[in-house]
Design a protein around this ligand. Sequence first.
Ligand SMILES: Cc1cc2nc3c(=O)[nH]c(=O)nc-3n(C[C@H](O)[C@H](O)[C@H](O)COP(=O)(O)OP(=O)(O)OC[C@H]3O[C@@H](n4cnc5c(N)ncnc54)[C@H](O)[C@@H]3O)c2cc1C
Length: 366
Amino acid sequence: MNKKDLRVDIAIIGAGVSGLSCGYFLKKMRIDNFLILDANPKPNTSKGPGFFSREVWDNYTRAHHNHDPAKAKILWNFHSQGFSDLVEYLENQKITYRLGKRVRLLTSEHEVKEATIAVRLLKENGFESELIGNRQESQHSAGLLDASTLADSLSAAISGKIKNYNALSITTGSQVTIATEEHNIRCELCVLACDWEIAKLLPELEEAIIPISDQWNLIENLNDAAAVDPNLYSANHGYYFAVQQNQGAWALGGARFLRHLAGIGVYHYKPDERISKHLKEAFEKIASLRLGRELNSTPMIEASSCDDLPIIGPILGNSRLLLATAYNKTGLSTGFYAGHCLAELIASGRCEKLPEIFSPKRFQGF
Ligand SMILES: Cc1cc2nc3c(=O)[nH]c(=O)nc-3n(C[C@H](O)[C@H](O)[C@H](O)COP(=O)(O)OP(=O)(O)OC[C@H]3O[C@@H](n4cnc5c(N)ncnc54)[C@H](O)[C@@H]3O)c2cc1C
């Protein structure tokens, strides 16, 4: 079949929160000649329960130890700015969201010791955190929103720019060519915002971008509490998460604790009943929740990077390709902010907000 040629200045692959945010901010910066491609007729960004957090989905101590103190601070600052950026957008667009605390439930003496160090380090670096009994709390650092409302709002602002095209391959030279089934799309710049599927288009990044499967379950709430608990809970070093979706149900997630079921490096994943059962029992114990039957279980695959840092920016040796991925469960706020940063980088050639440590250039030699 003869493919149609399409020309555009900027192509964005993926109409999830990262791609939509990039398109939204490009338009705001008066750059209009772009197209967003999505393989799905109805892109469905973050089918997760919709929490967003000012903090990284990990313990500060781990980042401090793994990446050195300066990098840990940069990482936390970036997430914090992403949170504020998203809240500003939600406020401006009058999108309903809920704000609460991020609460780590500490389940062992060892975790309490580690969290004590985390709180000290966080405070020393200018972040708010307190140890209260067997909880580590951070004020106003978590929110909950309906991800599809966010996606609809961003899509409406760039209406007509999203096309249902599946990017099959990318070739680069003096320009970028994206092959889809029916088109060859030629562009000056290409933003890859298709999460772990970036590695399918750029196989040289296969070892850097790791797909990780996880699932979350909506479980009936049997407590008679009058008000919805606004907080976002995590336990066991972030391997579990829980957030009350509404008065009738809690969303519980995290399969990674069960390492043999975790599915690191998998491309297909189904919900696993053993995980659902385990999560329910664990949360009834840890958080004293009274939970009923499972209402729904959603399997998901998301991107992680081999060094746990987000991957945002131009790739080494080819500044026509820009990546935005590997947010480790915080795509709503970090993806939103990554899209904003890339739009700024495209519009002005620089972006002070974007830390160099997230650059894909660190994977040189992979
Ligand atoms: C169990 C679980 C729960 C989670 N819960 C939350 C949560 O509550 N809050 C949160 O912030 N994050 C959560 N996450 C993480 C979140 O889902 C991701 O970080 C987020 O979706 C990344 O956004 P994105 O826009 O980069 O990619 P995506 O939202 O994955 O969007 C990528 C888009 O690219 C399209 N695409 C893929 N390949 C191609 C191609 N070849 N051509 C064209 N289009 C393509 C896809 O169709 C898709 O629409 C969770 C993850 C898991 C595993």
